[in-house]
Ligand binder design. Structure first.
Ligand SMILES: C[S@@+](CC[C@H](N)C(=O)[O-])C[C@H]1O[C@@H](n2cnc3c(N)ncnc32)[C@H](O)[C@@H]1O
Ligand SMILES: [Zn+2]
Length: 292
């Protein structure tokens, strides 16, 4: 019998069931009939046909829709992010040397391409968990990348037990350091990717006439307050856009959400050939004996 995506996903969840807690009452969970997660007080969460589970207590409307995630997959699968992924993977490989199948959680994983790359390339192998509040992203991830646990969930209140995660990825997504600290094992690692001033500069130039967007408070300083062995590296390069990738690139980024269709069409017509990637990869190790 061919194993369905749902069954495959149910098996990965079952093998790692100790990681889950009920998003409503925090009780331990079990998996029933390869088709739902259920807690001791009978809160029940069905697996979708593609294998993901919705563990967000309420539905959330997000601006990230299906077409945006399709665009993001097209861009992210093109090699666009490769130097950043190499930095992340080599940092995790160093961290995990000698470990046995660490648990890696991507908080705000979108359509899952980055987690899939990390999961499939770590020398130790890994248990992968991708969570995002946007159901469309998680649905796309579970269809494309079976073998990883995909869940709709809020990264500010994740349905997972304390101190069981070896590494959290947080790529171009909001952070919640208290929650990351709660989930990480002592000595676990957080890897965060934030934009630097030149990120997608060519799009910024046309859509914002070069104006800087408001930046978050200094993420490296925030990191150093909470984590040890902080490493930070700015990864900057120019990516030659393959034919047909400019439209999805414009479509995928929040930078252009307020742009009119005409403005987008005009930029596509210019045939922009390359784009600047300018990101910072920050990582740090969870301090022992602190609960958040
Ligand atoms: C710019 S996208 C980055 C997605 C992915 N990490 C990537 O690099 O392609 C930001 C993501 O954060 C997610 N997000 C925002 N707030 C969230 C929250 N509170 N909990 C979970 N995900 C959230 C959004 O749904 C979106 O998928
Ligand atoms: Zn419950």
């Amino acid at each position: 019998m061919k194993m369905t995506k749902k069954m495959q996903s149910a098996l990965v969840m079952e093998n790692n069931i100790q990681l889950f807690i009920c998003p409503i009452c925090s009780a331990e969970m079990e998996i029933e009939e390869h088709s739902r997660l259920i807690c001791r007080t009978m809160h029940s969460f069905d697996l979708a046909k593609s294998g993901y589970v919705n563990l967000a207590p309420q539905a959330h409307a997000t601006k990230y829709d299906k077409s945006l995630f399709e665009a993001r997959t097209a861009v992210m699968s093109s090699g666009f992010f490769e130097p950043v992924l190499e930095t992340i993977i080599s940092r995790l490989d160093n961290q995990f040397a000698g470990s046995d199948c660490p648990v890696v959680l991507d908080a705000g994983c979108g359509e899952g391409t980055h987690l899939q790359a990390v999961h499939s390339r770590l020398r130790t192998g890994s248990v992968g968990i991708g969570i995002d509040l946007a159901k469309e992203g998680i649905a796309a991830a579970s269809k494309a990348y079976p073998g990883i646990i995909w869940s709709v969930a809020d990264l500010a209140a994740m349905p997972f037990a304390d101190a069981r995660i070896d590494a959290i990825l947080n790529i171009l997504s909001p952070a919640n350091y208290a929650e990351f600290n709660r989930l990480l094992k002592s000595g676990g690692v957080l890897v965060k990717v934030v934009p630097e001033s030149g990120y997608l500069q060519e799009l910024r130039d046309v859509f914002y006439e070069g104006k800087q967007q408001k930046e978050e408070a200094d993420p490296v300083a925030r990191f150093s307050e909470q984590f040890d062995a902080v490493e930070t590296e700015r990864v900057t390069y120019t990516f030659a856009l393959p034919d047909g990738l400019l439209a999805p690139l414009i479509r995928m980024t929040p930078l252009t959400w307020n742009a009119s269709e005409e403005q987008v069409a005009e930029v596509v017509a210019t045939g922009m050939k390359e784009i600047t990637i300018d990101l910072r990869v920050i990582s740090g190790v969870r301090r022992s004996g602190e609960s958040g």
